[in-house]
Design a protein around this ligand. Structure first.
Ligand code: ACO
Length: 379
């Protein structure tokens, strides 16, 4: 059945919220957070400062950033009892399922989980932002049979996560690379998971439910799950010399190539440009030049074959190589996206709460009318 004119399939082009957080020009490949080009932020900012910017719509003064950072660091450790929850989970669980489930369960450790005024919501969002990396790192160590490494509140968000995961402090280069990834993934207009957040909070449900729903949305392979798909694809290509034939085969079979295409961008995603430079440098530093070379060939073939259709690398394409070079396991790629995007989801939630109206669109009924109720024995 075709969609009615007022409801384009996938709500393409529909404006469903106002935001002051990110601006995207998909034709020109521009992304700004609060008016600042993303490249400026990835070159000069930190993830903590970027989250402050998104939540407050301005850059912080030094004392404000210090206060915000300290406040976040206080939330690194999990509430009492949560650690046991993590270590009782099946080691075979997918980290995205773990993150979704445990973010949801944080509500049960909050003495006032449903408070929804903007200040309370921001405080809860900070809790989730602080706890989420610990959930992921603890679970990863639990499944590897290793002792948990407790957070170090002297470390930044990026440093602390890699420290908890690996049990040793990351090099400055690795920590900065990871910090840049966090900046680049923090917000992106009304993407599917952000829309999910706004829809859920618009019922005046609670912060935990809104972020939990968003994590569920993000894990889909058409959304944040694509970075894992990219890595699987790169792993399937035996050598750099096989990359072109492999991609041509996929194009001929009309397969969707993970890490390419975007609902909004019809040119290269500016985040992909930043991540490409990062991936190239990290690949050289870590001996992963083959991986970068395969990615680069795929991009060239895709541009030649599908560029005219507006299909270019999106944020997920080079983030796969970047995360691999940082030493992250495949099934942690999408959780990394989530850790960062909590900043964006929370910012949208605060905007929604500040000027809320329940989301309640209509469905066009396209089924039959006046049907008889047929008795069970006659069906
Ligand atoms: N590979 C090959 N062809 C593609 C790709 C791709 N990655 N993306 C789109 N196309 C083609 C489609 O086959 C379709 O062709 P047709 O018109 O000949 O049928 C056309 O481009 C339009 O594609 P849609 O899927 O209708 O575009 P939509 O805007 O709904 O989808 C999406 C955007 C889901 C991102 C899509 O490009 C895709 O599936 N990409 C791969 C998955 C991916 O990388 N997702 C991450 C997106 S970024 C993010 O969420 C973080």
């Amino acid at each position: 059945m075709s969609a009615v004119a007022s409801a384009p399939k996938g709500l393409e082009g529909v404006v469903a919220a106002e935001t002051e957080m990110s601006f995207i020009d998909g034709q020109k490949g521009i992304l700004e957070y609060v008016g600042i080009p993303i490249g400026e932020l990835s070159s000069n900012s930190t993830f903590e400062e970027t989250v402050f910017l998104l939540w407050n719509k301005r850059l912080p003064k030094q004392n404000e950033l210090d206060e915000f950072t300290q406040n976040l660091r206080k939330r690194y450790e999990l509430p009492k009892g949560m650690e046991q929850r993590v270590t009782s989970l099946p080691k075979t669980a997918e980290p995205m399922h773990v993150l979704r489930t445990l973010v949801s369960s944080l509500a049960m450790y909050d003495s006032d989980p449903n408070a929804n005024d903007v200040d309370a919501a921001q405080d809860k969002a900070l809790n989730i932002l602080g706890h989420a990396p610990t959930i992921v790192a603890y679970f990863d160590r639990h499944r590897r049979g290793l002792d948990l490494v407790h957070p170090d509140t002297s470390l930044s968000f990026a440093e602390n996560f890699l420290y908890m995961l690996n049990g040793e402090k990351p090099t400055e280069t690795m920590a900065r690379a990871f910090d840049i990834c966090m900046i680049l993934h923090a917000d992106h207009g009304l993407n599917n998971s952000t829309f999910t957040t706004r829809v859920i909070i618009s019922t005046l449900s609670d912060v935990y439910s809104a972020i939990t729903g968003a994590i569920g949305s993000l894990r889909g392979p058409l959304h944040g799950g694509a970075n894992e798909g990219v890595m699987k694809m790169l792993n399937e290509i035996p050598t750099v010399d096989d990359a072109e034939a492999y991609i041509m085969g996929k194009i001929q079979r009309k397969d969707k190539i993970m890490g390419f295409g975007h609902r909004v961008y019809k040119t290269k995603d500016p985040r992909a440009t930043d991540l490409q430079s990062l991936a190239k440098k990290l690949a050289e530093d870590t001996g992963n030049q083959e991986l970068y070379a395969k990615s680069h060939i795929i991009e060239q073939v895709m541009e030649r074959e599908l560029g005219a259709k507006g299909i270019y690398p999106n944020v997920d394409f080079y983030s796969a190589t970047t995360y691999h070079c940082i030493g992250l396991k495949l099934d942690l790629f999408t959780p990394m996206f989530a850790l960062s995007r909590i900043g964006g989801w929370a910012g949208h939630m605060l905007e929604q709460l500040a000027d809320n109206r329940l989301y309640r669109p209509k469905a066009q009924y396209v089924g039959a009318h006046d049907q008889p109720y047929v008795a069970m024995s006659d069906r």
